[in-house]
Design a protein. Structure first.
Length: 78
């Protein structure tokens, strides 16, 4: 995520519990994916897990983006 998005997440998380939870999940998925990516070979189960994690991470990022868009609009209108 971009630095300005991370700053906005920090500011908005106090008001938006959902945003804070989504961001924590996002970071968790990133860590799990990084751990899998460090392996030389993945088992078939790990390949499926990796794809599921990628989908969850993307879905969460889309939800985060939806919330942030609302607050970006407020920031630019002031």
């Amino acid at each position: 995520m971009e630095e300005r998005d991370l700053e906005l997440i920090k500011q908005v998380s106090a008001k938006e519990n959902a945003l804070e939870n989504l961001y924590k999940e996002h970071v968790s998925y990133e860590r799990q994916l990084a751990k899998l990516d460090r392996k030389l070979f993945l088992t078939p189960e790990e390949v499926v897990l990796r794809k599921e994690l990628q989908k969850k991470k993307l879905k969460g990022k889309d939800q985060i983006e939806t919330i942030l868009k609302k607050y970006r609009g407020e920031a630019t209108s002031h």
